[in-house]
Design a binder for this molecule. Structure first.
Ligand code: SAM
Length: 178
């Protein structure tokens, strides 16, 4: 598991996940999916990853092996309350295709770090985030949380995490010091 799920993060995402149906994009070893399920009791989670799950998981988790580029709006139609992106990879190709699908979700929940010269996500993902309302933000140098809501007409100002995710011209290590 890459993401670090703190009590503060659980408390912040609780209203968007508890009793709701969502997708964990890039679920990896599924540990975070299981932790979220145990703690927040969503009605269902569709966990998607390009690699197979090591073991079958009980409901409400459903696993789908797929590349993001092949995930359709139909695939996520029953799970549109929240989309989880915990520590998404740095890859220029994967997010353009995903944007249309992410647009289906009421809430997008992101955790990652961008302050150390690497990043969790590609600039186009963070540019997309700026087209959505910022519902919650738990800053952390190593594992920031962003919760994104409705699409909005005007691009909002970036959080330090989004700024560091978009502008890779320098290492923004001092942006958040905790
Ligand atoms: C850094 S890991 C994070 C895993 C998990 N979210 C966590 O926090 O532990 C990124 C995950 O995204 C998956 N992934 C990356 N690119 C993908 C793609 N194009 N389609 C599907 N899954 C992808 C990888 O296989 C990997 O499991």
């Amino acid at each position: 598991m890459y993401v670090h799920l703190t009590d503060e993060i659980f408390d912040t995402i609780d209203p968007y996940v508890r009793g709701k149906r969502g997708v964990d994009f890039g679920a990896g070893d599924l540990q975070a999916t299981q932790m979220v399920t145990k703690r927040l009791q969503p009605a269902a989670i569709l966990a998607i990853d390009k690699y197979p799950a090591r073991k079958p998981l009980p409901p409400p988790i459903v696993f789908k092996r797929a590349l993001f580029r092949d995930v359709t709006c139909e695939d996520v139609a029953d799970y549109r309350d929240f989309a989880i992106l915990f520590w998404p990879n740095i890859c220029p190709f994967i997010y353009d295709g995903l944007k249309g699908v992410l647009g289906q979700f009421t809430t997008v929940i992101y955790c990652g770090t961008n302050f150390d010269g690497t990043a969790c996500g590609w600039p186009n993902l963070f540019e997309y985030f700026l087209s959505r309302e910022l519902l919650a933000h738990v800053p952390d140098q190593k594992n920031s949380l962003l919760v994104l809501g409705n699409a909005q007409a005007n691009r909002r100002s970036p959080t330090p995490e989004e700024d560091a995710g978009i502008d890779r011209s320098e290492i923004k290590w001092e942006a958040v010091w905790v």
